[in-house]
Design a protein. Structure first.
Length: 286
Protein backbone atom coordinates (compact mmCIF):
# COMPACT_ATOMS: atom_id res chain seq x y z
CA UNK A 1 0.00 0.00 0.00
CA UNK A 2 3.06 2.21 -0.33
CA UNK A 3 1.67 3.80 -3.49
CA UNK A 4 -1.68 4.38 -1.81
CA UNK A 5 -0.09 6.12 1.19
CA UNK A 6 2.00 8.27 -1.16
CA UNK A 7 -1.11 9.27 -3.10
CA UNK A 8 -2.97 10.09 0.12
CA UNK A 9 -0.07 12.34 1.15
CA UNK A 10 -0.14 14.15 -2.19
CA UNK A 11 -3.92 14.56 -1.98
CA UNK A 12 -3.61 16.11 1.49
CA UNK A 13 -0.84 18.43 0.28
CA UNK A 14 -2.86 19.63 -2.73
CA UNK A 15 -5.96 20.14 -0.55
CA UNK A 16 -3.95 22.34 1.83
CA UNK A 17 -2.52 24.31 -1.09
CA UNK A 18 -6.01 24.81 -2.51
CA UNK A 19 -7.22 26.19 0.82
CA UNK A 20 -4.40 28.76 0.76
CA UNK A 21 -4.93 29.82 -2.86
CA UNK A 22 -8.70 30.00 -2.35
CA UNK A 23 -8.23 32.25 0.70
CA UNK A 24 -5.79 34.47 -1.19
CA UNK A 25 -8.23 34.68 -4.08
CA UNK A 26 -10.99 35.88 -1.74
CA UNK A 27 -8.70 38.44 -0.08
CA UNK A 28 -7.51 39.75 -3.48
CA UNK A 29 -11.12 39.99 -4.68
CA UNK A 30 -12.02 42.14 -1.68
CA UNK A 31 -8.95 44.37 -2.08
CA UNK A 32 -9.50 44.62 -5.84
CA UNK A 33 -12.98 46.04 -5.27
CA UNK A 34 -11.65 48.75 -2.95
CA UNK A 35 -8.72 49.50 -5.29
CA UNK A 36 -11.06 49.78 -8.27
CA UNK A 37 -13.28 52.16 -6.30
CA UNK A 38 -10.25 54.39 -5.68
CA UNK A 39 -9.42 54.38 -9.41
CA UNK A 40 -12.97 55.40 -10.30
CA UNK A 41 -13.07 58.06 -7.56
CA UNK A 42 -9.80 59.62 -8.78
CA UNK A 43 -10.98 60.12 -12.36
CA UNK A 44 -13.45 63.03 -11.97
CA UNK A 45 -10.89 65.15 -10.10
CA UNK A 46 -8.24 64.41 -12.72
CA UNK A 47 -10.63 65.32 -15.52
CA UNK A 48 -11.56 68.59 -13.78
CA UNK A 49 -7.90 69.47 -13.24
CA UNK A 50 -7.06 68.75 -16.87
CA UNK A 51 -10.06 70.72 -18.09
CA UNK A 52 -9.14 73.76 -16.00
CA UNK A 53 -5.48 73.59 -17.02
CA UNK A 54 -6.42 73.30 -20.68
CA UNK A 55 -8.54 76.46 -20.49
CA UNK A 56 -6.12 78.58 -18.43
CA UNK A 57 -2.96 77.59 -20.33
CA UNK A 58 -1.54 79.96 -22.95
CA UNK A 59 1.92 79.95 -24.59
CA UNK A 60 2.64 83.34 -23.02
CA UNK A 61 1.96 82.05 -19.51
CA UNK A 62 3.97 78.89 -20.18
CA UNK A 63 7.16 80.92 -20.53
CA UNK A 64 6.90 82.01 -16.88
CA UNK A 65 6.34 78.61 -15.23
CA UNK A 66 9.22 76.14 -14.81
CA UNK A 67 6.96 73.07 -14.74
CA UNK A 68 5.90 73.88 -18.32
CA UNK A 69 9.50 74.31 -19.49
CA UNK A 70 10.40 72.27 -22.56
CA UNK A 71 14.18 71.94 -22.86
CA UNK A 72 15.69 72.29 -26.31
CA UNK A 73 17.70 69.11 -25.71
CA UNK A 74 16.85 66.29 -23.29
CA UNK A 75 20.01 65.17 -21.50
CA UNK A 76 18.73 63.64 -18.25
CA UNK A 77 15.40 62.09 -17.28
CA UNK A 78 14.02 60.50 -14.12
CA UNK A 79 11.96 57.32 -14.20
CA UNK A 80 9.56 56.51 -11.37
CA UNK A 81 8.84 52.76 -11.59
CA UNK A 82 5.84 51.42 -9.65
CA UNK A 83 5.86 47.71 -8.77
CA UNK A 84 4.36 45.58 -5.99
CA UNK A 85 5.93 44.44 -2.74
CA UNK A 86 4.57 40.93 -3.25
CA UNK A 87 4.42 38.33 -5.97
CA UNK A 88 1.95 35.51 -6.71
CA UNK A 89 0.39 37.71 -9.38
CA UNK A 90 1.43 36.08 -12.63
CA UNK A 91 3.56 38.22 -14.92
CA UNK A 92 2.35 41.55 -13.48
CA UNK A 93 5.66 42.71 -11.96
CA UNK A 94 7.71 41.15 -14.77
CA UNK A 95 5.74 43.12 -17.37
CA UNK A 96 6.30 46.41 -15.51
CA UNK A 97 10.03 45.71 -15.24
CA UNK A 98 10.18 44.77 -18.92
CA UNK A 99 8.46 48.05 -19.85
CA UNK A 100 10.92 50.03 -17.71
CA UNK A 101 13.94 48.28 -19.25
CA UNK A 102 12.63 48.93 -22.77
CA UNK A 103 12.21 52.65 -22.10
CA UNK A 104 15.62 52.89 -20.44
CA UNK A 105 17.29 51.16 -23.38
CA UNK A 106 15.55 53.54 -25.76
CA UNK A 107 16.71 56.65 -23.87
CA UNK A 108 20.25 55.41 -23.31
CA UNK A 109 20.54 54.62 -27.02
CA UNK A 110 19.83 58.32 -27.65
CA UNK A 111 22.53 59.38 -25.17
CA UNK A 112 20.08 60.38 -22.42
CA UNK A 113 21.09 59.72 -18.81
CA UNK A 114 18.43 57.93 -16.75
CA UNK A 115 18.09 58.00 -12.97
CA UNK A 116 15.82 55.48 -11.28
CA UNK A 117 13.26 55.92 -8.50
CA UNK A 118 11.48 52.67 -7.64
CA UNK A 119 8.45 51.80 -5.52
CA UNK A 120 7.99 48.15 -4.51
CA UNK A 121 10.28 45.30 -3.44
CA UNK A 122 10.00 43.45 -6.75
CA UNK A 123 11.37 46.30 -8.85
CA UNK A 124 14.02 47.22 -6.29
CA UNK A 125 15.25 43.64 -6.00
CA UNK A 126 15.45 43.18 -9.77
CA UNK A 127 17.43 46.33 -10.55
CA UNK A 128 19.71 45.80 -7.55
CA UNK A 129 20.50 42.38 -8.99
CA UNK A 130 21.42 44.09 -12.28
CA UNK A 131 23.69 46.47 -10.39
CA UNK A 132 21.72 49.60 -11.34
CA UNK A 133 22.00 52.71 -9.20
CA UNK A 134 18.61 53.38 -7.57
CA UNK A 135 18.33 56.94 -6.31
CA UNK A 136 15.08 56.45 -4.35
CA UNK A 137 13.70 53.19 -2.94
CA UNK A 138 10.25 53.00 -1.37
CA UNK A 139 8.59 49.92 0.10
CA UNK A 140 6.45 51.72 2.69
CA UNK A 141 3.56 52.59 0.37
CA UNK A 142 0.75 50.22 1.32
CA UNK A 143 -2.14 48.81 -0.71
CA UNK A 144 -4.01 52.04 0.05
CA UNK A 145 -1.89 54.76 -1.60
CA UNK A 146 -2.75 58.33 -0.67
CA UNK A 147 -2.25 61.80 -2.09
CA UNK A 148 0.46 62.31 0.54
CA UNK A 149 2.33 59.29 -0.83
CA UNK A 150 2.19 60.75 -4.33
CA UNK A 151 3.44 64.13 -3.08
CA UNK A 152 6.35 62.51 -1.22
CA UNK A 153 7.38 60.73 -4.42
CA UNK A 154 7.21 63.60 -6.88
CA UNK A 155 7.76 66.86 -4.95
CA UNK A 156 11.56 66.53 -4.96
CA UNK A 157 11.50 65.64 -8.67
CA UNK A 158 9.38 68.73 -9.39
CA UNK A 159 11.85 70.94 -7.53
CA UNK A 160 14.80 69.48 -9.44
CA UNK A 161 12.95 69.83 -12.75
CA UNK A 162 12.11 73.45 -11.98
CA UNK A 163 15.80 74.35 -11.51
CA UNK A 164 16.90 72.46 -14.61
CA UNK A 165 18.56 69.43 -13.01
CA UNK A 166 16.13 67.15 -14.86
CA UNK A 167 14.73 67.54 -18.36
CA UNK A 168 11.77 65.15 -17.98
CA UNK A 169 10.08 62.86 -15.45
CA UNK A 170 8.29 59.65 -16.45
CA UNK A 171 6.10 57.27 -14.46
CA UNK A 172 5.95 53.58 -15.37
CA UNK A 173 3.02 51.68 -13.91
CA UNK A 174 -0.05 49.68 -14.81
CA UNK A 175 -2.86 51.27 -16.81
CA UNK A 176 -5.98 49.78 -15.27
CA UNK A 177 -8.65 49.04 -17.87
CA UNK A 178 -10.59 46.14 -16.39
CA UNK A 179 -10.19 43.24 -13.99
CA UNK A 180 -8.58 41.26 -16.80
CA UNK A 181 -6.52 44.02 -18.42
CA UNK A 182 -3.92 46.26 -16.76
CA UNK A 183 -1.06 46.61 -19.26
CA UNK A 184 2.16 48.43 -18.33
CA UNK A 185 2.58 51.97 -19.62
CA UNK A 186 5.01 54.86 -19.35
CA UNK A 187 3.69 58.42 -19.20
CA UNK A 188 5.47 61.76 -18.92
CA UNK A 189 4.39 63.85 -15.94
CA UNK A 190 7.00 66.59 -16.43
CA UNK A 191 7.07 68.84 -18.32
CA UNK A 192 3.35 69.32 -17.88
CA UNK A 193 1.46 68.95 -21.14
CA UNK A 194 -1.97 70.60 -20.93
CA UNK A 195 -4.80 68.48 -22.35
CA UNK A 196 -5.94 69.70 -25.75
CA UNK A 197 -9.53 68.83 -26.59
CA UNK A 198 -10.26 71.79 -28.85
CA UNK A 199 -12.47 73.56 -26.29
CA UNK A 200 -10.03 76.12 -24.94
CA UNK A 201 -11.31 78.87 -27.19
CA UNK A 202 -14.99 77.94 -26.93
CA UNK A 203 -15.44 79.36 -23.42
CA UNK A 204 -14.91 82.79 -21.94
CA UNK A 205 -13.68 82.81 -18.34
CA UNK A 206 -13.42 85.57 -15.80
CA UNK A 207 -10.41 84.52 -13.75
CA UNK A 208 -10.14 85.40 -10.08
CA UNK A 209 -7.38 85.39 -8.98
CA UNK A 210 -5.22 85.85 -12.07
CA UNK A 211 -4.22 83.06 -14.43
CA UNK A 212 -0.68 83.24 -13.02
CA UNK A 213 -1.88 82.55 -9.49
CA UNK A 214 -4.19 79.77 -10.65
CA UNK A 215 -1.42 78.04 -12.60
CA UNK A 216 0.99 78.41 -9.69
CA UNK A 217 -1.33 76.27 -7.54
CA UNK A 218 -2.73 74.12 -10.32
CA UNK A 219 0.46 72.79 -11.90
CA UNK A 220 1.89 71.03 -8.80
CA UNK A 221 -1.56 69.63 -8.02
CA UNK A 222 -1.84 68.32 -11.58
CA UNK A 223 1.54 66.53 -11.37
CA UNK A 224 0.79 65.04 -7.92
CA UNK A 225 -2.57 63.83 -9.14
CA UNK A 226 -0.98 62.14 -12.16
CA UNK A 227 1.35 60.21 -9.83
CA UNK A 228 -1.52 59.39 -7.44
CA UNK A 229 -3.57 57.98 -10.30
CA UNK A 230 -0.61 55.87 -11.39
CA UNK A 231 -0.31 54.53 -7.82
CA UNK A 232 -3.98 53.57 -7.49
CA UNK A 233 -4.18 52.10 -10.99
CA UNK A 234 -1.05 50.02 -10.41
CA UNK A 235 -2.47 48.75 -7.11
CA UNK A 236 -5.78 47.87 -8.77
CA UNK A 237 -3.89 46.07 -11.53
CA UNK A 238 -1.85 44.12 -8.97
CA UNK A 239 -4.90 42.99 -7.01
CA UNK A 240 -6.65 41.97 -10.24
CA UNK A 241 -3.57 40.03 -11.39
CA UNK A 242 -3.23 38.31 -8.02
CA UNK A 243 -6.92 37.38 -7.98
CA UNK A 244 -6.63 35.89 -11.47
CA UNK A 245 -3.45 33.99 -10.57
CA UNK A 246 -4.94 32.58 -7.37
CA UNK A 247 -8.17 31.60 -9.12
CA UNK A 248 -6.16 29.74 -11.77
CA UNK A 249 -4.12 28.05 -9.04
CA UNK A 250 -7.29 27.01 -7.20
CA UNK A 251 -8.84 25.63 -10.38
CA UNK A 252 -5.65 23.73 -11.20
CA UNK A 253 -5.53 22.29 -7.68
CA UNK A 254 -9.15 21.13 -8.06
CA UNK A 255 -8.35 19.40 -11.36
CA UNK A 256 -5.25 17.80 -9.84
CA UNK A 257 -7.27 16.53 -6.88
CA UNK A 258 -9.74 14.83 -9.21
CA UNK A 259 -6.91 13.03 -11.02
CA UNK A 260 -5.16 12.03 -7.78
CA UNK A 261 -8.35 10.76 -6.15
CA UNK A 262 -9.22 8.78 -9.26
CA UNK A 263 -5.72 7.29 -9.32
CA UNK A 264 -5.90 6.50 -5.60
CA UNK A 265 -9.29 4.81 -5.95
CA UNK A 266 -8.03 2.77 -8.88
CA UNK A 267 -4.94 1.67 -6.96
CA UNK A 268 -7.00 0.86 -3.86
CA UNK A 269 -9.50 -1.15 -5.91
CA UNK A 270 -6.66 -3.09 -7.55
CA UNK A 271 -5.14 -3.86 -4.15
CA UNK A 272 -8.47 -5.05 -2.73
CA UNK A 273 -9.02 -7.23 -5.79
CA UNK A 274 -5.54 -8.71 -5.35
CA UNK A 275 -6.14 -9.41 -1.66
CA UNK A 276 -9.47 -11.11 -2.41
CA UNK A 277 -7.79 -13.24 -5.08
CA UNK A 278 -5.07 -14.22 -2.61
CA UNK A 279 -7.66 -15.19 0.03
CA UNK A 280 -9.65 -17.23 -2.47
CA UNK A 281 -6.47 -18.91 -3.73
CA UNK A 282 -5.39 -19.75 -0.17
CA UNK A 283 -8.81 -21.16 0.68
CA UNK A 284 -8.78 -23.31 -2.46
CA UNK A 285 -5.31 -24.64 -1.59
CA UNK A 286 -6.53 -25.67 1.86
Amino acid sequence: MAKGRELKGRIKSVENTRKITRTMEMVATSKMKRATDRVIAARPYAIALGDMLGHVYTPELAERFPLLRRPAQVKKVAMLLLTANRGLCGAFNANLIKEARARMAEWEARGIAVEMHIVGKKGIGYFKYLGKNILTQRIDITDKPSAADAASLVDDLMARFAVGQLDAVYVTGAKYKSALSAPPSTAAVLPVTPPTDGTQTSRDFILAPSADQILEALLPAYVRNAVYRALVETEAGFQSAQRTAMKNATDNATDMLQVLKRTYNTARQAQITQEIAEIVGGAAAL
